[in-house]
Design a protein around this ligand. Structure first.
Ligand SMILES: *Cc1c(COP(=O)(O)O)cnc(C)c1O
Length: 337
């Protein structure tokens, strides 16, 4: 099987497993796990930020961050396609009791104009806007990358208005290997960043939440309340640390593979269009919406697994368990169906 359903399906390599098996561990709820501590300081240093917190998933890092930044009844400005709104089980409402201002369009991204327009005035009728949340790359936007100039404009506006700025950077490293921006300069625009280790970076478990010391101290408390305090977590954190140290630059290969798929798909008579490929996500728009599931099944019969991504849409995600040879095989399969 060539599995394009998600970049979460990767399995740890021998080298990563060795790092996990030999990891030094301790009780992380007592902050005594040396490997978790190393991962947290490595991630914080890499981003030029003060501190980090290892969590079990990207949903957990996002939900913890939202809970620390936002009071019940407060409002979050985000895109309607964002993971924090669409794919976290209603967690914004359930965990924090917050309101959302949902912005449409622009492949899942916000603009300065959106934020300026929808920050609420100081008037008792309105919820108090308490957070702006961006997603880079945007999953629903087909792996779209932010223009850093726009992020800087949004960051400056948020600082002027004492509004924290959160980044759902589940696939941030996919953006960073393409955008040419210095990672510390990029991170300085945000109050908190969530980074998934278990997507393109290839670790089996976990995400890190990165921010200021005081923010991470509060986040550690919320993580415990959410049931996310883990004990000898160094075993899994070692996989994350290995991923951060070894698997960033190679993301460019996944992007090359994605562009090869894009080119091949654009040539097929059943494909109407492909969302322009920025990173490792390829979204094909079909001529005939009703054929979507038939096409997915035909590919599966030929060992190519892909995912439905909404009406008339099929998503392919490239990752480190898909080789160049398998991309060639996949192109043969999609041409043959
Ligand atoms: C995968 C993902 C997450 C986190 O998902 P988990 O499965 O909880 O780790 C968050 N945001 C985006 C954009 C994602 O794609």
């Amino acid at each position: 099987m060539i599995d394009f359903r998600s970049d979460t399906v990767t399995k740890p390599t021998k080298a990563m497993l060795d790092a996990m098996f030999t990891a030094e561990v301790g009780d992380d709820v007592f902050t005594e796990d040396p490997t978790v501590n190393e991962l947290e300081s490595f991630a914080a240093d890499m981003f030029g930020m003060e501190a980090a917190l290892y969590c079990s998933s990207g949903t957990q890092t996002n939900q913890v961050a939202i809970n620390v930044h936002v009071q019940p009844g407060g409002e979050i400005i985000t895109n309607v396609e964002s993971h924090i709104y669409k794919y976290e089980g209603g967690g914004i409402a359930k965990n924090t009791g917050a309101s959302v201002r949902l912005i449409h369009g622009n492949r899942g991204r916000l603009t300065l104009n959106d934020v300026q327009q929808w920050i609420n005035p100081d008037d008792v009728h309105y919820p108090v806007t308490q957070l702006v949340s961006l997603e880079d790359t945007s999953n629903r936007g087909g792996g779209a990358i932010y223009d850093f100039e726009e992020i800087k404009r949004i960051g400056a506006f948020c600082r002027e208005n004492n509004l924290p700025l959160h980044l759902d950077g589940a696939r941030l490293m996919n953006a960073m290997v393409e955008n040419g921006v210095d990672i510390k300069e990029y991170a300085a625009e945000f109050d908190s960043i969530s980074l998934c280790l278990s997507k393109g970076l290839g670790a089996p478990v976990g995400s890190v939440l990165i921010g200021k010391k005081d923010f991470i101290k509060k986040s550690r408390r919320v993580r415990k309340v959410f049931g996310g305090g883990m004990r000898q977590a160094g075993i899994i954190a070692a996989g994350g640390l290995y991923a951060l140290k070894n698997n960033v630059e190679r993301l460019k290969e996944d992007h090359k593979h994605a562009r090869a798929l894009e080119t091949a798909l654009l040539d097929l008579n059943w494909v109407k269009d492909v969302v322009p490929v920025d990173t490792n996500i390829v979204v094909a728009l079909l001529h005939d919406e009703s054929k979507r599931d038939t096409l997915i099944n035909k590919m599966a019969e030929k060992q190519v697994k892909v995912m439905a991504f909404g009406p008339g849409m099929i998503r392919f995600v490239t990752h480190l368990d898909i080789s160049e040879l398998q991309i060639d095989e996949t192109i043969e399969v999609i041409r043959s169906i």
